[in-house]
Design a binder for this molecule. Structure first.
Ligand code: 2AL
Length: 241
């Protein structure tokens, strides 16, 4: 029995519902998925500014769910992942991290298909950070803003972008670069004929696996609980006693 808390770090409730449905669809019978989003922060995350301002709300949600056996940060920029690991005792998995690791288990080279081209730099930073510089063969944008992903035209454009990325890069799999693409991952895979990996579902299965293995984030050094510190102004509530 595991309780997995999936946090959409943006404030769009309908996107949280989509993410929660995708997460529940893959969860094991004994797993409970709680899908939440902060009440403060950006409606969608597609710039460094959005990412920075999404982190306080994300950390608030981590603190509000002390009983979780695992957390998923459901935004492809993996915002606040290190800080969330310091704060939580249960493991915290970012969806970019989960998707990239999973892609390299089912093929050698992967392409990333993200939303706007301005998010490609962050995706590239994460590719390097996670050690996938050789496995990632290209990062491509479909130029659809996060909150427009639900329309049928947008979905068609994402499928086209995935097919073009696969052909151009010669990749074995495609990693979807936004949590808002979670619900049509399977559909895209059927269309283009190679594995398509959505980080939300991959992260849920990894979180379940870590819980089953009894593994938690090491608190020994860098991810130790943040020290006592006074925070002021709008962040006064984040003071560490
Ligand atoms: C995302 C995502 O996953 N959620 C969000 O708000 N923005 N990613 C992206 N590449 O735009």
């Amino acid at each position: 029995m595991a309780l997995i808390c999936v946090i959409n770090p943006n404030t769009s409730r309908s996107m949280t519902e989509t993410i929660g449905q995708a997460a529940r669809a893959v969860a094991a019978p004994g797993t409970t998925v709680v899908a939440v989003n902060p009440t403060m922060g950006p409606a969608s995350i597609e710039s460094h500014y959005d990412e920075a301002l999404a982190v306080p709300g994300l950390l608030e949600q981590i603190a509000l769910h002390p009983g979780a056996d695992g957390f998923v940060v459901a935004c492809f920029g993996d915002p606040g992942l290190d800080a969330a690991r310091e704060l939580a005792t249960a493991p915290v998995i970012g969806i970019a991290e989960a998707a990239m690791h999973t892609a390299t288990l089912v093929g050698r080279g992967f392409s990333v298909v993200t939303t706007l081209s301005r998010t490609a730099g962050r995706a590239l930073d994460l590719v390097h950070r996670y050690g996938f510089s050789q496995a990632c063969l290209g990062i491509h944008a479909c130029e659809i803003p996060v909150l427009d992903l639900e329309t049928p035209e947008a979905r068609k454009a994402v499928v086209q972008a995935c097919r073009a990325a696969m052909e151009r890069d010669g990749s074995d799999s495609v990693v979807l670069g936004c949590a808002g693409m979670a619900d049509f991952c399977h559909e895209i895979s059927l269309e283009i004929g190679i594995p398509v990996i959505d980080g939300v579902t991959a992260a849920v299965k990894l979180a379940e696996g870590l819980a089953a293995l009894g593994l938690r984030t090491s608190k020994r050094l860098e991810y130790g609980t943040p020290p006592a510190k006074k925070y002021t102004g709008l962040l006064a509530g984040y003071t560490r006693p």
